[in-house]
Design a protein around this ligand. Structure first.
Ligand code: ATP
Ligand code: ATP
Ligand code: MG
Ligand code: MG
Ligand code: MG
Ligand code: MG
Length: 262
């Protein structure tokens, strides 16, 4: 199709390819979710509805984009690892970043009423997004270790902080000063002696975040020999995305899933 005399402006749109053969990590983070969580009455320190809502949006994204091999979520953020060989949208940076951020964001609004049936959405939640390229396995592992260590530090702090406020009757500024300068072991101690909370027994969802991986249907999950049609269907079906709350810092997670970093 011949263009108009205006079409030359298209030439100002420059290519923005992401380096081939590198791991892409997309991280999305809720914009001003401190305010968003206040306005929508999130439970503190951890609103399970909100965490499950984000898990669902992340599952939607992974269902749509097979190049995503791992997701990790905590608080108002989610990270996604795309396989090294991903050729999605010819690795165009803006196309991938904007489309995936938009898809996740739209899913959060689309699924809102499932998780917050009694809380009308007051305004549209939005997310910022960035893609960082990592050259090798070490950096990818360290990236996810960084996010899970952050989950642990923040959750321990928030659990202690809200125990002081909700059970200890402290104001938020008193709770801040009570915790100022405390180490991890002091917070464990405080939770146990003052509030009878064994931090290590706190829900793993809160302590470890959400880990989304693809899990092929287990062999032998159909005990009474399935029909050829059922077999064909099972083989054709793509691996389901499953949500775990497990350690991703130690080797075991990665050793048992070599396909993630292949
Ligand atoms: P920014 O736009 O810079 O990201 P922000 O207000 O979103 O600002 P974050 O550092 O991303 O700041 O922190 C997100 C905040 O949202 C948390 O500190 C917490 O107050 C709130 N929040 C997010 N998810 C939950 C949840 N599931 N339960 C309770 N509070 C939550
Ligand atoms: P891409 O993801 O590459 O943008 P696309 O299918 O969105 O693919 P576009 O070139 O953006 O392709 O074209 C958008 C198409 O959506 C139009 O060709 C038309 O078929 C349809 N469309 C968009 N808006 C309307 C509308 N208001 N009424 C009818 N059709 C529409
Ligand atoms: Mg931020
Ligand atoms: Mg945020
Ligand atoms: Mg955040
Ligand atoms: Mg279009």
């Amino acid at each position: 199709m011949a263009g108009s005399k205006f079409a030359y402006v298209r030439n100002f749109e420059l290519p923005d390819p992401l380096l081939p053969g590198t791991f892409m990590v997309l991280r999305l983070d809720g914009h001003s979710f401190h305010r968003f969580s206040d306005v929508h009455g999130f439970a503190k320190p951890n609103d399970v509805r909100a965490l499950k809502l984000l898990d669902h949006a992340a599952t939607d994204l992974m269902d749509q984009y097979p190049d995503i091999v791992l997701g990790f979520g905590e608080s108002d953020e989610f990270s996604f690892l795309l396989k090294k060989s991903a050729s999605l949208y010819n690795r165009r940076h803006a196309k991938i970043l904007s489309t995936l951020t938009s898809h996740f964001t739209a899913s959060v609004t689309f699924r809102w009423s499932t998780y917050f049936p009694d809380t009308p959405l007051q305004y549209p939640p939005t997310f910022d997004g960035r893609i960082v390229l990592y050259p090798g396995i070490k950096e990818v592992r360290d990236y996810f270790s960084w996010r899970q260590a952050d989950t642990h530090i923040n959750n321990l702090h928030n659990t202690a902080f809200w125990a002081l406020v909700q059970q200890g009757g402290e104001s938020t500024s008193q709770a801040h000063s009570t915790l100022k300068g405390t180490q991890s072991k002091d917070k464990h101690e405080l939770l146990f002696t003052r509030f009878g909370v064994n931090y290590n027994a706190v829900d793993e969802r809160f302590r470890k975040g959400s880990v989304l991986v693809r899990q092929q249907e287990q062999q032998g999950s159909h005990p009474d020999s399935p029909s050829p049609e059922a077999k064909a269907k099972a083989n054709a079906s793509k691996p389901a995305v499953v949500i775990l709350h497990c350690d991703i810092i130690k080797d075991e997670f990665w050793d048992s899933r070599p396909e993630i970093l292949s």
